[in-house]
Design a binder for this molecule. Structure first.
Ligand code: MN3
Length: 199
C-alpha cells in the first residue's frame, strides 16, 4: 500500500492573515511535501518496508542506515506533523495543563519561547526546531535536515520547519521574523496539548 499525502487541516489561504501565504502552501505542501511522499513510494516499492507504517519505516531505515528512505520518510512525517502545528490566529501563550508543564520545565513561557527561538534561529542550514517530551520532561531541540525526535525516543509535541523553502516566499531571508510570527500568530496549542496528553 502506497503512502499518501493527507489533506491540509485548513484551506491553503486560511493562514494568510496570520502570516503564512497560500503561495507558500502551493509550493511547500503542493510541491515539496508531495515530492517526499512520491520519492518514498518509489524507494520502498517492492521492499518489505512498503507495508509498514510510516513511523516504522522511519525507525527501521534510520537504524539500518538507509539514508534516502529515511530522509524521505521522515520529511513526509515531519511535514504532516508541522501542518497540524499550525492554525489561523493561533500562537500566543498556551493555557491549562500545557501552560503549567511549560512553566514547570522551563521556568516560564518566556523562557521556553526564548529557547525555541534560539534553537530555530541557530539551526545552521536546513532542519527543524522541536518541543519534545523526553522521558516526561519538556525540552527544546533542533535537528538537521530530515532528522526527528522519533529516532531519539522522544515524543514530538511541536515543530517548526526552518528549511529555507518554509519561509522564503513570505519572509525572504528573515528567518527570525518567520520564527517570531510562528510563535505569535500560528501555533496550534490545542494540538500540542493533545500530544502532551498522549505522551
Ligand atoms: Mn519543509
Amino acid at each position: 500500500m502506497a503512502f499518501t499525502q493527507a489533506p491540509l487541516p485548513f484551506d491553503a489561504g486560511a493562514l494568510e492573515p496570520s502570516g503564512m501565504s497560500a503561495k507558500t502552501f502551493e509550493f511547500h505542501y503542493g510541491k515539496h511535501h508531495a515530492a517526499y511522499i512520491n520519492k518514498l513510494n518509489d524507494l520502498v516499492a517492492g521492499t518489505e518496508l512498503a507495508d509498514k507504517s510510516l513511523e516504522e519505516v522511519i525507525k527501521t531505515s534510520y537504524k539500518e542506515g538507509k539514508t534516502a528512505i529515511f530522509n524521505n520518510a521522515a520529511q513526509a512525517w515531519n511535514h504532516d506533523f508541522f501542518w497540524k502545528c499550525l492554525k489561523a490566529s493561533g500562537g500566543g501563550k498556551p493555557s491549562g495543563d500545557l501552560a503549567a508543564k511549560i512553566e514547570k520545565d522551563f521556568g516560564s513561557y518566556d523562557k521556553f519561547a526564548e529557547e525555541f527561538k534560539n534553537a530555530a534561529a541557530t539551526q545552521f542550514g536546513s532542519g527543524w526546531a522541536w518541543l519534545v517530551s523526553d522521558n516526561g520532561t519538556l525540552k527544546v531541540t533542533k535537528t538537521a535536515n530530515a532528522e526527528n525526535p522519533l529516532v531519539m525516543d522522544q515524543t514530538p509535541l511541536l515543530t517548526l520547519d526552518v528549511w529555507e523553502h518554509a519561509y522564503y516566499l513570505d519572509f525572504q531571508n528573515r528567518r527570525p521574523d518567520f520564527i517570531k510570527n510562528f510563535l505569535e500568530n500560528l501555533v496550534n496549542w490545542d494540538f500540542v496539548a493533545s500530544n502532551l496528553a498522549s505522551a
